[in-house]
Design a protein around this ligand. Structure first.
Ligand code: UDP
Ligand code: MG
Length: 363
């Protein structure tokens, strides 16, 4: 019977090669400080690193970390799927009773693990979410748009999505089990966690600047992320169509009264300008409403296909104390893996054969 893993630290990584060794070092120190050294054969914690189709040497660095440290599990996705999907992949792989979600760029300090675990024990809450008191090293534009976005989102959605939070949070296994049941493609994970309704307690912290590399979130990705957040949790924008229709209808009625009045009193209506303005205005509103419909319809279309969320290329690990829930297939045979196997490293596909389990390779 494999030893259960108490804590899983899950980090999606996109072009994080420069900072990854330092990230691993700080996570390992924090986990060892809090959970102590493992007895041989047991594993109190694991670090699940998901390579989200990086263009740099992130996966090579992960491979070295797997070789050096049995706590590390490296999940290589087949391509870049984006932050939320990469995180989903890691969350589906991990086995811990407690799960810490953290960015690999060291913006969220791993040293907060101890206090967060303590808060969880003390409060008995299912989720301890990091709430940003400050954000170092981010542009004023990003901080301002983020603040505006979270406040707007709160007005639009019915569930209580906490302000100024990212995905940095500690979760209980039962929270994650619910999260893993949610099949949607357009994932706004912090919202999905809030949706569960399980007890959540804030944990204020100061967000650091990136340790190395650049943000993977371009303005375009940020806008898409915001649209996913709103459309996943709210149909208020669809109702805007009715509101816009009613408002314009009322204005139109007033216009009609004015026109009839002018005709009755004989004053000549010249107004090409006003007609043109009205046509443009109404046309604009109609297009906007169609656009909103389109956003929802497009998402409905993509969800309706029910494609797997991601494809795992391979999972590398050395630990024998755990089994992956979703092993990687197909295995790509490479010299490196042969070398790793010689050194006693475990590769998920191998385990799957040894254990005789029929595990899906996609999720
Ligand atoms: N990330 C990812 N896939 C992407 C973009 C980002 O896995 O397509 C990871 C990235 O490596 C980091 C986390 O998601 O660990 C947050 O991304 P980033 O730091 O770029 O976002 P920001 O902190 O600037 O919002
Ligand atoms: Mg970051």
């Amino acid at each position: 019977m494999p030893e259960p893993v108490f804590l899983s630290v899950v980090a999606p990584c996109f072009n994080e090669a420069a900072g990854l060794p330092m990230f691993h070092k700080r996570v390992a120190t924090a986990c060892t400080d809090v959970l102590g050294h493992a007895a041989p054969g047991s594993l109190p914690w694991e670090l699940v690193l998901v390579n989200d189709g990086s263009h740099d040497t992130t996966f090579e660095v992960m491979q070295h970390l797997v070789q050096r440290d049995p706590h590390v599990v490296a999940v290589n996705l087949a391509r870049n799927y984006g932050h939320q999907i990469a995180l989903t992949a890691g969350l589906q792989q991990c086995r811990g009773e407690r799960i810490l979600v953290i960015d690999a760029d060291l913006q969220d300090p791993p040293e907060l693990l101890g206090p967060m675990l303590q808060t969880m024990e003390e409060t008995g809450a299912d989720v301890i979410y990091g709430q940003r008191r400050s954000r170092a090293g981010e542009t004023r534009f990003k901080t301002a748009t983020a603040a505006l976005f979270y406040r707007l989102l709160r007005r639009l959605v019915d569930i209580d999505i906490p302000l100024d939070t990212g995905d940095f949070r500690l979760m209980s296994r039962r929270t994650l089990d619910v999260l893993n049941l949610m099949p949607e493609q357009h994932r706004f994970i912090r919202g999905l966690v809030a949706w569960t309704g399980l007890r959540q307690v804030p944990f204020p912290y100061d967000r650091d600047a990136r340790y190395a590399g650049d943000t993977g979130y371009s303005l375009r990705r940020m806008v898409r992320f915001a649209l996913d957040a709103v459309t996943s949790f709210s149909i208020v924008p669809l109702r805007l169509a009715s509101v816009a229709g009613l408002t314009l209808g009322a204005v139109g009625l007033l216009g009609l009264l004015y026109t009839i009045g002018s005709w009755a009193f004989g004053s000549v209506v010249q107004g090409w300008t006003s007609v043109a303005t009205l046509v443009l205005l109404i046309g604009g509103v109609q297009l906007m409403v169609l656009g909103v419909f389109g956003e929802y319809l497009g998402r409905l279309y993509l969800e309706a296909k029910r494609r797997p969320l991601f494809v795992v290329d391979r999972v590398l690990m050395r630990s024998v104390a755990r089994l992956p829930t979703h092993a990687a297939e197909p295995m790509v045979a490479s010299a490196w893996e042969a070398k790793l196997a010689e050194q006693g490293a475990m590769v998920a596909g191998d385990r799957q054969e040894k254990e005789g389990g029929a595990l899906p390779h996609v999720q």
